[in-house]
Design a protein around this ligand. Structure first.
Ligand code: NAP
Length: 255
């Protein structure tokens, strides 16, 4: 029970990695809020988490929505100890692409979702976070290793790694720790947003083969790492990054 009675906010907690993190937090004794735009998956996820968690429907690219997440969480629980800035990834109706196809609109939308929203999620949370809180930014191994079609997304995630450093400095007086948790290839609904359903298994296999541990990560793998970063066990980790990627970034395998 590393997180007993801690209050957490997990953006994008209604799917994939975010849900895995919320479930791990719940197992460690936390309560709090998950957010997402899709009310149906939000309701289902809150029901699966059980007592202690509430859902707030919100778009993280909307400043009023961001402010509302933290105000309502504070009103409901009286404090916020941990923030996981997880919402992000694929922009609906705007596929990732190579430079020949990326339009200004596509570029802006990826940066808005994967970088700007991260910065302002933290900013809007600040009045409600107590001193000594832990903020976890979800980065990506893509910040360190280029992959086809992922240039803009990868650049946004590389900037997220940088944000953890600058924001830790900005918040030093309040002893708020900001760290990045960077997943490798994780088995979530994201694959179905990148390729048609009939190609999902094939693409997953490509990423499995690329990952030295020979499997995709699970949302629960990220949950355990996030629980560590949220807890006092990580009290001396500040402005750093944990790669939870099965070796994808740091090892080249010769098969
Ligand atoms: N899966 C991987 O292999 C992988 C690898 C590296 C990094 N990541 C990162 O991990 C995070 C979670 O990804 P995932 O794989 O779990 O993907 P996912 O299952 O597609 O989940 C994405 C989450 O973000 C939320 N979201 C997206 N746009 C939003 C918006 N405008 N406003 C509010 N919420 C929004 C979605 O909820 P709604 O649709 O309901 O809004 C959903 O909860 C992302 O930051 C992603 O970049 C994933």
């Amino acid at each position: 029970m590393k997180l007993k009675n801690k209050v957490a906010v997990v953006t994008g907690g209604n799917s994939g990695i975010g849900f895995g993190i919320a479930a791990a937090f719940k197992n460690e004794g936390a309560i709090g809020t998950i957010t997402g735009r899709n009310q149906e998956t939000l309701d289902r996820s809150v029901a699966a988490l059980g007592a202690g968690f509430v859902g707030i429907q919100a778009d993280v690219t909307n400043m009023d929505d961001l402010e509302r997440i933290f105000r309502e969480t504070f009103d409901r629980f009286g404090k916020i100890d941990t923030l996981v800035v997880n919402a992000g990834g694929i922009v609906d109706g705007s596929p990732m692409a190579g430079i020949a196809e990326v339009t200004e609109d596509n570029y802006d939308k990826y940066m808005d979702l994967n970088l700007k929203s991260v910065y302002f999620t933290v900013q809007k949370a600040l009045p409600y976070l107590h001193d000594g809180a832990s903020i976890i930014l979800i980065g990506s191994s893509a910040a360190h290793r280029a992959a086809p079609g992922m240039t803009v997304y990868s650049a946004a995630k590389a900037a997220v790694v940088s944000l953890a450093k600058g924001l830790s400095l900005d918040l030093l007086a309040r002893k708020i720790r900001v760290n990045t948790l960077s997943p490798g290839s994780i088995d979530t609904p994201v694959f179905g947003k990148i390729v048609p359903q009939e190609q999902v298994e094939q693409v997953k296999q490509i990423w499995k083969d690329l990952t030295p541990l020979g499997r995709l990560g699970l949302p629960s793998d990220l949950g355990k790492a996030a629980a560590f970063l949220a807890s006092d066990d990580s009290s001396f980790l500040l402005a750093t990054e944990i790669l939870a990627d099965g070796g994808l970034t740091n090892i080249i395998q010769m098969k």
